[in-house]
Every structure is written in structure tokens, then in C-alpha cells.
Ligand binder design. Structure first.
Ligand code: GLC
Length: 620
């Protein structure tokens, strides 16, 4: 699998560079040369320690403990609690939005929290974090990129960097300088509800794309630059390796396997200068990652030399044991530096309780003062590196760039390169733009919410016109064909007859995290029936699949003249139309095996040959 990735990546590199021999593109891998991406050196955040320790030496214990707390916007009793508890960070979880979802409203809300932080005694600036996991996806009108599984199919690290530069500009446009991205899971089992958040099942591919995503968000170096946004590689470690793909489940493997499959992308992210890493909910051989001192401290901070800070996942420490105070002790002593707390005052595990418990543990000597100082040092290193003390505000001119045509063009290119043509009998594709009568069928063909998937405007995503500025595939098709082509739309599969070709768009409803866990990945009965009804008309059927993972196609593959895996393309449906009608040639390659049946859902233990192997993809 590793070899195949290098082959395609090299070919992509060769083609991009245009190097040919005897007029034929030659893959470097064929020549036995391995592809080495330009490796910028890991950043030395410790160079800030003189200044950081000067601040640290002035801090009270309360001020130190406050820096280690990140509270969800929706859980804060009052904005003034940022000042009252000396909070180091506030986040917006998938459903935590200000009054309305407009960029200017976000900018105002984020700045109000920053103002509170700057009114504390030492004026330590706040870091605001958000899940910008495929563009700035919480914000209305922002460009929504393809989810990672589609970006993995591009095998294009340079494009990854460009895509995350767009994300960083839009995130900074709302006053925010921390994105909980990239997810660098190496997803092993399609039943996992977060398969689409992973670039694929190939460790080398995930590492190469993840490193460039970090550079896209942060820049070559994390800095005070107006669009240098702190990246957060997640979720350490083995989030995508749990048994049967159960979200937040248990990885059962020896340490050599854990290291071989899941550690290289973190080494690559650290080499790219990532400033924060989020810990996984999952367990390894029964021990919660959030309490695994060996992997958090000895391996990640010691062996790999990670100098940034570790942030917990959403109320993840609460899962360690039934005793919250013990959870606080185990996670902080394990190596967590900042704790993400969504619980409001009065609820179990809320931010006041966390601070009181941790203060108690320090005073009792159960959590060493040196551990607290190390955690706060790591957090302050990053805030100093980002220049937040000199300038805690973002450039308001960036707000206007949110959803700009230039940004949408980058997203459109991501869509084009993400599409994988799995079948193209009789060169059905590319379609002519001059067909007399084209029928487009399926609810997903004209639904931005289905096109974007989960983590879009809301945590779970939803159907319908969820955001402004995007283009559904139906609209894009209408914009692409000639004026002489009649395009009729049938959401439910009625009136398909008389077409010169039928484009059927099928796929998954939006979901996120554990709500996407499945026991099988079969296409729905209604989707299968829709494709078969189209086939029955006798017209050539072009099936476009919107899904967060490969799906067992059953009779749909045979019933389709051509079939494109479009993954979850995001707002720019134009990129799909570009490939359908030949304005762009398909270059996407599978980032993970495509199962023939439900017995082949684990990339680690596939039974028999997959329907299509990693690296498969047709072109014109
Ligand atoms: C979620 C996810 C994590 C996300 C965090 C904040 O549960 O596991 O990826 O960054 O909470 O929304």
C-alpha cells in the first residue's frame, strides 16, 4: 500500500513538474527513488522560554491553572468568567455559535472574549479555537472544502497547503487564530463514523498531506502573521484504529503496530511545526489515551520532542473514571496541558470544579508544581510565538475575504482533484455539453447540505440550503451545458424517460463522529432502486456518489455506465461538473481500499481482494 502511494504521488509530482523522458512521464518510484517532500525543520518554540519564564514567574497558581482551561462558548456562565477564572482559551464546539452565524457577528463575539482576557492582571491574551475541519465550516457563507477523504484522493500535498491557507484566511477573518485541524487519523475501518475526517488508510499519504495542512494553516513557521492560524493535529493516537471502527473505542495491537500505523503522521506534523495536538477519546489496549503517560509524555513530548501543548478532547477526561478529581489528576500527570470543558457551572466537570480540584491536587502534592509550570510554559510559548501579546486582534480586512471567488476557486480545484472515476464503460464520460435532453436525478443533486456532509454549520450537518454562496451539482450542470440542452431534474426518480443520459446522485445523509458509526456500509435501498430505475430507461446512467467513505455498491456498479466517487465535495459543486463534462480530467486515486462486500471493511484485515485497491482511479 505504501509503495502504491509513492507511485501515484511521484507521478503527480512528475506530471506537475512536467519532467518526462522520451516524452513519457516517468514515476520516480519506478526508478526506485522514494519521493521526499521538502521538509521544513520543526520549529523551536523553546526559544521563547526566557520571555515565557519571566511571565510564569509573576503568575499566581490561580492564573496558571486558568491558562490550562478551555471553555466552550455555550458553557460560559458569563463572558466575564474569562477574566474571573483567568481562562487561557475559549472554543466553539460544533453547535456553539453566537447570536447569528454571520462573520461580523463572530468577529465581535470573539473579540469580546479577548477583551475580557486582556483585562486580567497580566493581560495574557486568549486563544480562541474552532473546528475548521473542511474550511471555516461553522460560518455562514464560508467556503466549505471537500472533507479529508476527498482531499486524500487528490494525493496532492501542495494543494493541501493551498486549501488550508484559504481556511486560515477565513478563520482569521472571524477573529479566530486556532483551528482544530488537521485530523491525521489513519482510518482502518469504514464502519467508523469519522472515516471521512481521515485522509485515508495509508500512513505515508496521511503524513504527507497532514504536514502540508499544518504549513497551510500556520505558514512555514507559526508566527504573528495575520493569517498564521495555530494548527492542531488530532486525535493522538490511534483514533482511526479501534476495533470494528467503533468511535471512541479501543485499539488492540502491540506498540510496534501502533507506532508503525499511527505515529509517523505526528512526527511529520511536528516536523512541520504544529503547535498543538489534540488527544484521542479512544483507548489503547484498554487504557484511555487521556491517561496514557507513556504515549503522551514519554513518546510524544520526550521521544518526538513535541514542544507545543496537548489539548484534551470535549469532556474527554470525564471518561477516564467515575471520579472526576481522579480524572483531573490522571490527565494532567499523564501530560495533558489544556483541558477542553463544555460543562456549564453547576454541571459535573465544569470549569470552576476543574480549577478547584486541580488546585487541591497541587496543594496536596499529587500534581507536581513542575507539571503545572510545564503545561503553562507550553501554552505561553505558543501565544508568544503567535505574537498575541503584541497584537491579540486579527486584521478586520480579512473578514471581507470570507467566501471570496478566489477562495472558491481553490476549493473547486480540490473538488476536481478529489473525484475518483471507478467505472467509465464505453467512454460514457466526459459527457457532451450539447446533449439534447439530460436528466439529473436524486435528492443529493440539488442539496448543499448533502453535498457538504457533517461538520457544516452544525455539528451533525443537515440537508437543505445550509449555507450561502455554494453551488449544488444541479446548478453547476445547468451552468455548464449548452443553451440547447434541456436539463430536467427528478429528485424522486419519476419522469426519467426520454433522456440522452441520466446523472444519478446518491449517497449518505450527513453525520458526525459516533452518529456515523455503521455495522455495514451498503448503499440505501432507495438509492439502489433509483439507479436501477434510471438503468431501466435504457439511457446511459452516470452515478455520482456523495459519501464519507467507500460503500458496498451491490447492483449499482453494474447498472451504471460510469461511476464517480465524489466523497463530500463541499460548497463547490462546480468541480464535479467540471469533471463530468471534461473541463477537468479526473486524477483522483482511492486513498483507501474499496470493499466488495461487508466482510472487507477493515483495511488491516481485508478478507480477499478489494473491489478496487488503494491508488485506483481512471482518467480520460
Ligand atoms: C469533538 C471532536 C473533536 C473536536 C472537539 C471540539 O468531540 O472529537 O475532533 O475538535 O470535540 O469540537
Amino acid at each position: 500500500m505504501h509503495r502504491q502511494y509513492l507511485y501515484h504521488a511521484a507521478r503527480k509530482t512528475v506530471r506537475v513538474s512536467g519532467t518526462t523522458i522520451l516524452g513519457l512521464p516517468v514515476s520516480l518510484a519506478l526508478l526506485g527513488l522514494t519521493l521526499t517532500l521538502p521538509a521544513a525543520f520543526a520549529q523551536d518554540f523553546a526559544k521563547n522560554d526566557a520571555r515565557v519564564d519571566a511571565i510564569l514567574s509573576q503568575m499566581t497558581l490561580d492564573e496558571k491553572l486558568g491558562q490550562m482551561v478551555q471553555v466552550d462558548m455555550g458553557a460560559l456562565h458569563d463572558k466575564a468568567d474569562v477574566q474571573k477564572y483567568f481562562l487561557g482559551s475559549v472554543l466553539s464546539g460544533g453547535n456553539s455559535d453566537p447570536a447569528d452565524n454571520e462573520p461580523q457577528t463572530w468577529l465581535k463575539a470573539v473579540n469580546e472574549f479577548q477583551t475580557q482576557a486582556l483585562q486580567t492582571r497580566l493581560k495574557i491574551p486568549l486563544l480562541y479555537g474552532i473546528d475548521a475541519v473542511h474550511g471555516h465550516n461553522n460560518i455562514d457563507g464560508a467556503v466549505v472544502l471537500p472533507h479529508h477523504i476527498g482531499l486524500g484522493a487528490t494525493h496532492d500535498p501542495a494543494l493541501m497547503r493551498q486549501a488550508e491557507q484559504v481556511t486560515a484566511q477565513e478563520v482569521a477573518g472571524t477573529g479566530i487564530r486556532w483551528a482544530f485541524a488537521p485530523c491525521i487519523a489513519v482510518a482502518q475501518d469504514e464502519r467508523w463514523g469519522r472515516t471521512y475526517e481521515s485522509y485515508g488508510s495509508d500512513t505515508a499519504l496521511v503524513g504527507a498531506l497532514g504536514a502540508e495542512a499544518v504549513r497551510g494553516l500556520q505558514g512555514d513557521q507559526l508566527s504573528s502573521g495575520p493569517t498564521s492560524v495555530l494548527a492542531c493535529a488530532k486525535h493522538y493516537i490511534g483514533d482511526g484504529g479501534t476495533q470494528n471502527g467503533k468511535d471512541q473505542g479501543n485499539d488492540v495491537c502491540d506498540e510496534a503496530t501502533l507506532r508503525k500505523l499511527y505515529l509517523p503522521p505526528y512526527a511529520a506534523a511536528i516536523k512541520a511545526g504544529v503547535g498543538s495536538i489534540m488527544v484521542s477519546y479512544s483507548s489503547w489496549n484498554g487504557l484511555k489515551m487521556h491517561a496514557n503517560r507513556h504515549l503522551l509524555t514519554e513518546v510524544l513530548k520526550g521521544e518526538l520532542g513535541f514542544q507545543g501543548f496537548l489539548v484534551s478532547d470535549w469532556a474527554a477526561i470525564d471518561q477516564i473514571s467515575p471520579d472526576y478529581k481522579k480524572d483531573v489528576e490522571a490527565s494532567i500527570n499523564g501530560g495533558l496541558d489544556m483541558i477542553m470543558i463544555p460543562a456549564a457551572l453547576g454541571q459535573p466537570g465544569n470549569y470552576a470544579e476543574f480549577i478547584a480540584d486541580l488546585k487541591d491536587l497541587v496543594n496536596l502534592g499529587q500534581v507536581p508544581q513542575s507539571r503545572i509550570d510545564d503545561a503553562v510554559r507550553r501554552i505561553l510559548r505558543i501565544k508568544v510565538q503567535m505574537g498575541l501579546f503584541e497584537n491579540p486582534w486579527t486584521d478586520p480586512a480579512l473578514t471581507a475575504q470570507i467566501g471570496s471567488p478566489e477562495h472558491r476557486q481553490v476549493a473547486r480545484q480540490c473538488v476536481r482533484e478529489s473525484l475518483v472515476v471507478l467505472k467509465n464503460s464505453g467512454h460514457a464520460l466526459p459527457l457532451s455539453k450539447n446533449l439534447k435532453h439530460l436528466v439529473v436525478a436524486g435528492p443529493a443533486a440539488d442539496d448543499l447540505g448533502l453535498q457538504c456532509g457533517g461538520w457544516t454549520i452544525s455539528w451533525q450537518g443537515s440537508t437543505g440550503a445550509v449555507t450561502h454562496g455554494g453551488t449544488t451539482l444541479l446548478t453547476a450542470i445547468r451552468q455548464t451545458v449548452s443553451s440547447g440542452t434541456e436539463v430536467s431534474y427528478s429528485a424522486d426518480g419519476q419522469n426519467l424517460a426520454g433522456a440522452d443520459a441520466i446523472i444519478v446522485v446518491v449517497g449518505e445523509k450527513p453525520y458526525a463522529e459516533m452518529f456515523g458509526d455503521r455495522t455495514n456500509v451498503d448503499l440505501s435501498v432507495s438509492d439502489t432502486a433509483l439507479v436501477q430505475a434510471a438503468k431501466a430507461t435504457g439511457a446511459p446512467v452516470i452515478t455520482v456518489l456523495y459519501s464519507g467513505r467507500p460503500m458496498v455498491l451491490g447492483p449499482v456498479l453494474k447498472a451504471s455506465q460510469a461511476l464517480i466517487a465524489a466523497w463530500l465535495p463541499g460548497t463547490e459543486g462546480t468541480g464535479v461538473a467540471d469533471v463530468l463534462f471534461g473541463d477537468a480530467h479526473p486524477t483522483g486515486k482511492l486513498p483507501r481500499p474499496w470493499p466488495k462486500n461487508d466482510q472487507q471493511l477493515s483495511a488491516q484485515f481485508p478478507s480477499g481482494k478489494p473491489l478496487f485497491p488503494v491508488g485506483y482511479g481512471l482518467t480520460y
